[in-house]
Design a protein around this ligand. Structure first.
Ligand code: G
Ligand code: G
Ligand code: MN
Ligand code: NA
Length: 252
């Protein structure tokens, strides 16, 4: 409850910040970034989302927080475009946020207000969005897709029905969960699974992002099997926005 009270104050008091983690080609050329929220707690310092996203989700605070995250992400997207960077941006969407009846209107209003390019925005969803109302889920995804926004299936392979989600949802990208990627080069079990996930994605014409790439060996393994995009500590940790701009979109 203490955490929830603190979180409520934090949402009102602007205590959040976004970090960006690059998504690159195998050779490290920047393609996109994932926005990852951090809580700049007055006494506890930077708190990672593992420590508060679930509380925000259960208390409903994810709704104002989610709006703030999307707005901030779209501002960053606009800045990237203004700086001449081709970088796209991925934003994590919580199930509760997605299920709001006003979800599409909110996303479109934020895009409009920030003048960010919808074609550069990817929304990461997980199997948590639940498929009990497939029609509503698909309708929302189609509405936003029609405006240029794309969707990525995050943590792919960890849910109970990953293939069913893939069958039913109009996503253009899957993110192979890092539990499969770690030591993919040395672990033949992971290697077999990743191989198969990559060929499923290839057959369906989906882009694949490998997350949690930590070593050159894992990068090489994935590259050889046609993985397009790489995210992980081997390339970069999530970093503050200013550091990201200095490293990837320096002023001309
Ligand atoms: O950054 P870190 O690895 O600590 O993130 C942990 C978890 O928090 C991840 O599963 C990630 O999807 C989630 N997360 C990070 N940023 C956001 C965000 O902006 N919105 C939502 N809903 N979840 C986030
Ligand atoms: O669940 P989601 O994919 O949204 O969360 C991404 C999380 O993975 C972020 O919190 C990020 O900090 C973390 N992450 C990113 N790259 C690596 C990596 O190479 N290794 C590990 N262990 N975690 C990573
Ligand atoms: Mn994610
Ligand atoms: Na993930």
């Amino acid at each position: 409850l203490r955490l929830e009270q603190d979180l409520r104050k934090a949402v009102e008091g602007d205590e959040f910040t976004l970090f960006l983690q690059p998504q690159t080609t195998a050779d490290g050329a920047l393609v996109a970034a994932e926005a990852l929220v951090r809580w700049n707690h007055p006494t506890r310092g930077l708190v990672a989302p593992g420590g508060f996203i679930a509380v925000a989700e259960n208390s409903g605070l994810i709704l104002p927080l989610g709006d703030w995250i999307l707005t901030e992400a779209c501002r960053i997207l606009r800045r990237l475009e203004d700086a001449g960077s081709p970088c796209h941006l991925s934003v994590n969407i919580s199930p509760r946020q997605f299920r709001q009846t006003t979800f599409c209107a909110t996303v479109l209003a934020i895009l409009n207000q920030t003048r960010a390019n919808p074609r550069r925005l990817t929304l990461e969803i997980t199997e948590g969005i639940a498929i009990d109302d497939v029609h509503d889920t698909v309708a929302k995804m189609r509405e936003l897709s029609a405006c240029g926004v794309s969707f990525s299936l995050d943590d792919f392979g960890t849910g109970y029905s990953s293939l069913s989600y893939l069958k039913q949802l109009p996503v253009s990208e899957i993110k192979i969960d890092r539990s499969f990627i770690q030591d993919v080069d040395g672990n033949s079990h992971n290697a077999a699974l990743v191989d198969i996930i990559l060929s499923i994605a290839d057959r369906l014409g989906l882009r694949t992002v490998a997350e949690g790439v930590e070593t050159a060996e894992d990068r090489d393994f994935l590259k050889e099997r046609g993985c397009a995009i790489f995210q992980g500590y081997y390339f970069s940790r999530p970093i503050p926005v200013d550091a990201f701009f200095r490293a990837y979109a320096p002023p001309a």
